[in-house]
Design a protein around this ligand. Sequence first.
Ligand code: UFG
Length: 341
Amino acid sequence: MTKTILVTGGAGFIGSHTAVELLQRDYDVVIADDLSNSSAKAIDVVSSLGGGGNVAFHKVDLTDESLVAELFDEHPIEAVVHFAGLKAVGESVEKPIHYYRTNLISTMNLLSQMANHQVWDFVFSSSATVYGTPEQLPIPETAPTGATNPYGRTKLMIEEICQDLAAADDRWRMSLLRYFNPVGAHASGQLGEDPRGIPNNLVPFVMQVAVGRRDKLQVFGGDWDTHDGSGVRDYIHVVDLAAGHLAALETLSEGCEAYNLGTGNGSSVLDIISTAEQVSGKSIPYDIVERRSGDIATSLADPSKANQELGWRADRNLEAMLTDSWRWQSMNPMGFADSSD
Ligand code: UFG
């Protein structure tokens, strides 16, 4: 029997790649997205790459509970993978109410309509940001949590809401997936990250320099306590990350569990620049500037819990990640704005 999965934020970077993997495993997918930070063109690409299952798309604001209820009334949804939400750290500091309202209310609407419709399987898009400034590296799921900005606090609050629900009713089966730094793109070159405006994140910025959209990268800090002085992160290929969602969905059990999704390998900003130059054949000019406020030297996952309990492992290396990011960026220099309607 084909299962129908609701993918909120399914037009976004990670959501769209996960929707493709679900379709290829013959799930039917209902995508709910308000397109506030994504393109409807991604939905067409998801349908064409997905093959097997059916895609239904609803342009919907999840902060309106009656619209959330309609999704469950209209489709035989059996599980929810929840990506939808705002995710820019700096913007969340400027507009905290906007972040709390959007991320928390949409999630509470979803969870309450799930319960109303007897749907108990929930996979949540969390973040390594819930570890705040880590005291231990690599970071295990048992590390202390603590957010350093409103965006991070919404992720942490939602995790805690899920823990409370699972404690209150043992029908809930929940997975909290703490992503490290997702990069890369679909191997077809048709699906990738397409940030609006100036990219906040490193790899989209690097790719826009490589493709000639921007002149130069700023490297935030050259005096961190790392192998070359630039910040170190655990980059993970978005297709590996998408596969982690399928693994989580297919191994859900009673209660609420958190899993790190990362590789366990660290790469510095300068490692990213040199690998991106190598795979693109372009030079990437940069200046080393002041540290960015709120940054940390190193973030690195201990992914062993996900490896063991989900039977999942991220196996694409940095070169593969950046080769795929470059294929997407060079085929679509302006992102989805390049694809024909
Ligand atoms: N960096 C630069 N120049 C840039 C952008 C980033 O040098 O123009 C550096 C940062 O200082 C950091 C590294 O590149 O050392 C990665 O930065 P990103 O902004 O790509 O990623 P972060 O690790 O800062 O942020 C990610 C997610 C956030 C999440 C955070 C903590 O994007 O959503 O991890 O988990 F909150």
